[in-house]
Ligand binder design. Structure first.
Ligand code: PRT
Ligand code: ZN
Length: 300
């Protein structure tokens, strides 16, 4: 099915863990929509060439593969599972364009607490319940493990109690669900987060330019979210020790302090986490008056 080439259609989760952060991301990137009513399934872009389609997260990869939508915001777990499922069919291939730093979780194997776990080969001849049969199948095959995959749509964590499986392969975030069900995490198959997905070939029409602009804006928002401005003073002799603690600051600005020949001002734009531990280490290295400021907009 061909798509109009003068607009981008973005699929995202209608309601669930990813829907609010996905909407916020688009809002921060300056995209607005005519209806913010969550019951509406199609939201027309207001003053922009981007429209929204609100669906279940599991449907997003297929909508992209079938050309119904151009882009999607979806968990890497769902994207990779569907990409494996669509392999060898006539559907277009899928790719991850950009990780989005929310919806973090991992796809893991878990077994009952009482089981003595020696390694993945313990699963030989066992039954494993999962909603991710493709990813699990690929993992088992790569290790030559012959186990039965019990595909379930939900409630995977109780499959062992129900006598349906000996182990499970499910998403884990805090780990509280596993603990509540007497299970322990043994192997991580996939680290996941929300990602921007699309087909793995260029559109070959006006949407390629729209996509480039869309990505530049999303990238700008991601960089701002990760960026912090650090201001402090330090002595000339301590400067190098302080700068060593700012390896992520591309070009720190160093300037004199009025009336104090031995002191310097340091201004650094940091692109990774500025933790209390890091600030304490900077103080021990000779930094004074440390101040951390959020960044609102960045234009490189
Ligand atoms: O209705 P729809 O199909 O759209 O939504 P859904 O119910 O299928 O998805 P939803 O909203 O639950 O999750 C959407 C996406 O969020 C997932 O595909 C993941 O990419 C991501 N995500 C992040 C998670 C979790 N964290 C998560 N903890 N998805 C599910 N869980 C579940 C997990 O399955 C388990 O039951 O939470 C439980 C474990 O959580 P902890 O914190 O106890 O470990
Ligand atoms: Zn779902």
């Amino acid at each position: 099915m061909s798509r109009p080439s003068d607009r981008l259609r973005v699929a995202m989760q209608k309601s669930g863990r990813l829907s609010d952060p996905a909407r916020n991301l688009l809002k921060q990137a300056g995209f607005q929509f005519r209806s913010n009513d969550k019951d509406q399934l199609f939201c027309y872009g207001d003053g922009c060439a981007v429209d929204l389609v609100l669906v279940r997260d599991d449907d997003i990869p297929q909508l992209i593969a079938e050309n119904v939508c151009d882009l999607g915001i979806v968990g890497r777990n769902v994207l990779q599972e569907k990409a494996l499922e669509l392999r060898g069919t006539s559907h277009a291939g899928l790719q991850e364009l950009m990780p989005l730093a929310f919806g973090g979780c991992r796809l893991s194997l878990a077994v009952p607490n009482g089981l003595d776990w020696r390694g993945p080969s313990d699963l030989d001849g066992r039954r494993i319940a999962t909603s991710y049969p493709e990813l699990l199948g690929e993992y088992l095959q790569a290790r030559g493990i012959d186990a039965d995959i019990v595909a379930l749509k939900g409630s995977v964590e109780i499959a062992i109690k129900l006598g349906k499986a000996d182990a499970i392969c499910d998403l884990v975030s805090s780990g509280a669900t596993l603990v509540a069900n007497g299970l322990k995490e043994t192997e991580i198959l996939l680290q996941s987060e929300a990602v921007l997905a699309c087909q793995n070939t260029p559109f070959g029409d006006g949407r390629d330019a729209l996509l480039a602009d869309f990505l530049a804006r999303i990238d700008g928002v991601m960089k701002v979210q990760a960026s912090k401005l650090i201001l402090c003073q330090t002595g000339k002799r301590e400067l190098n020790a302080v700068l060593r603690l700012l390896p992520d600051a591309a070009a720190p600005v160093i300037s004199p302090v009025w009336g104090d020949d031995e002191a310097l001002n340091v201004q650094a734009l940091c692109t990774s986490a500025v933790t209390w531990q890091r600030l304490e280490a900077m103080k021990s290295a000779g930094a004074r008056g440390l101040m951390v400021l959020p960044v609102e907009k960045l234009l490189a």
